[in-house]
Design a protein around this ligand. Structure first.
Ligand SMILES: NC(=O)CC[C@H](N)C(=O)O
Length: 359
C-alpha cells in the first residue's frame, strides 16, 4: 500500500506504508544510529515526532522483550529506506511492521532518506504528516503551515501516579518527564531504592520522601513550557544532590537562570563526540535532543560548562559542585551505543554518599 509523507515546505515523499495508520502531525527529525531502532521507537522523548532513520536497513534484528525504553511508545511515525520483514535474531519476538501495527504507529519505507536528511539539514526540522495517496496535498501543506508545533507532550507521557522500584540502597526520587527505562536500569543496578514520581509532584511531596538524591529524567518537547517544574527544581536545588539528563539538564539550566535555544535540526544518534572538559577525555555518546543551553546566558548563573559537543561546540554538560548539582545533555544510560558516559551514574552515587546518603 502506497503512502506519502508531506512536509510543511510542500515536499512530498511517496513510498510504501507499513505499521499502523494513525496519521498525526509531528516534527520530522533524523537519527543517525546504525542500530538501536527499538530504543528509538520506544523512547518517550520522541513523542510528537516522526523519526527518519538514516541507516539504510532498519528492523533486521527485530523487536525483542529486553530493549524497550517505555511500555507504550509515543513516536508519531517512522521513516526508513528499507525495513526488514523477516528479522533474524535469537532475541527477536516480532518485526517492526507488526510492532508498529499493534501500536498503530505509521511507518513509511522506500523513500530517498538521504535526500530527506539533506533537506532537513538545510531547512531545519519542520512539521510533517504521513497520509494516504488520495489526500489533498495542497490543503495538507496549508494545514501544516498554519498549525502550531505540538505542545504538552510531557503531560501525555509522564506517569500519572508515583510508584516504587524498591531496592536496599540510596533513596532516589526519579522525576518522570518521560523517563527512559535505561535510567531506571542504571540506578537500580547500583542498588538505588527508586520512587518514580509524576512531573507535577510538588516540592513538599519530593522532600517528604527524604531522598538522598533526585534524578531529573529525559522527556519530549520544549522545556520552556514546563514553568511549574522549573520553579520546583529551583526550590530543590541546593537542598539535595540532583542529576539531570537531557530534558532534566535543560530544566536545571532554566531553573538556574540560563536560556534555552532550539537547534536547527538537533542531535540524534549513537555516535556524537563529547569532550569532558574536566578530564580532557572524549566520550562517544547517544543523543536525542532539539534544544540546547545558550552558553552566553550561563554568565548569569553559578553553573559551569563541564562537557562540550565536538561537532558543533554546543554545551553538553553543566555542574555546580557546591550545590551537588550536575547534568548532561546526552544519554549516559543509553544501551544502543557505547557506554563511555556510564561513569556519570557512579558520580551521582559518590555525590549522594558524600552527603551522607543511605548506602
Ligand atoms: N531526550 C530528551 O530529553 C530531549 C529533551 C528535549 N525534548 C529536546 O528535544 O531537546
Amino acid at each position: 500500500m502506497k503512502r506519502q509523507l508531506i512536509l510543511e515546505d510542500g515536499s512530498v515523499f511517496v513510498g510504501e506504508g507499513f505499521g499502523g495508520s494513525n496519521y498525526q502531525m509531528g516534527e520530522i527529525v533524523f537519527n543517525t544510529g546504525m542500530s538501536g531502532y527499538q530504543e528509538v521507537i520506544s523512547d518517550l522523548s520522541y513523542c510528537a515526532q516522526i523519526v527518519l532513520m538514516t541507516y539504510p536497513m532498519i528492523g533486521n534484528y527485530g523487536i525483542n522483550r529486553d530493549d524497550f525504553e517505555s511500555i507504550e511508545p509515543a513516536i508519531f511515525g517512522l521513516v526508513v529506506s528499507e525495513y526488514c520483514e523477516y528479522p533474524n535474531n535469537w532475541r527477536s519476538d516480532e518485526s517492526i511492521d507488526t510492532f508498529l501495527a499493534s501500536n498503530d504507529i505509521p511507518g513509511l519505507a522506500g523513500i530517498d532518506t538521504r535526500k530527506l536528511t539533506k533537506l532537513i539539514r538545510k531547512e531545519g526540522t519542520m512539521k510533517a504528516i504521513m497520509a494516504d495517496m488520495d489526500v489533498d496535498v495542497d490543503a495538507t501543506v496549508a494545514m501544516l503551515k498554519a498549525a502550531p508545533y505540538p505542545t504538552g507532550q510531557v503531560a501525555q507521557v509522564s506517569t500519572q501516579k508515583a510508584f516504587q522500584v524498591p531496592n536496599r540502597g540510596r533513596r532516589v526520587v526519579l522525576i518522570d518527564y518521560g523517563a527512559k527505562q535505561g535510567i531506571v536500569r542504571e540506578l537500580s543496578s547500583r542498588g538505588c531504592d527508586l520512587k518514580i514520581m509524576p512531573y507535577t509532584s510538588t516540592v513538599q511531596e519530593v522532600m517528604n520522601l527524604k531522598p538522598d538524591g533526585i534524578m531529573l529524567s529525559n522527556g519530549p518537547g520544549d522545556p520552556r513550557e514546563l514553568t511549574q517544574a522549573i520553579e520546583n527544581i529551583r526550590a530543590l536545588i541546593g537542598q539535595i544532590p540532583i542529576f539531570g539528563i537531557c530534558l532534566g539538564h535543560q530544566l536545571i539550566a532554566l531553573a538556574s537562570g540560563a536560556k534555552i535555544d532550539k537547534l536547527k535540526f538537533g542531535h540524534r544518534g549513537a555516535n556524537q563526540p563529547v569532550m569532558n572538559l574536566l578530564t580532557g577525555k572524549v566520550e562517544i555518546t547517544s543523543q536525542n535532543h532539539s534544544f540546547s543551553v545558550n552558553e552566553e546566558s550561563l554568565a548569569n548563573t553559578d553553573l559551569e560548562v563541564t562537557h562540550r559537543n565536538l561537532n558543533d561546540k554546543s554545551v553538553e554538560g553543566l555542574a555546580c559542585p557546591e550545590k551537588n548539582l550536575f547534568s548532561v545533555q546526552y544519554h549516559p544510560e543509553a544501551a544502543p551505543g557505547p557506554e563511555d558516559a556510564n561513569y556519570l551514574f557512579d558520580t551521582f552515587m559518590r555525590v549522594m554518599d558524600a552527603q551522607g546518603g543511605n548506602k
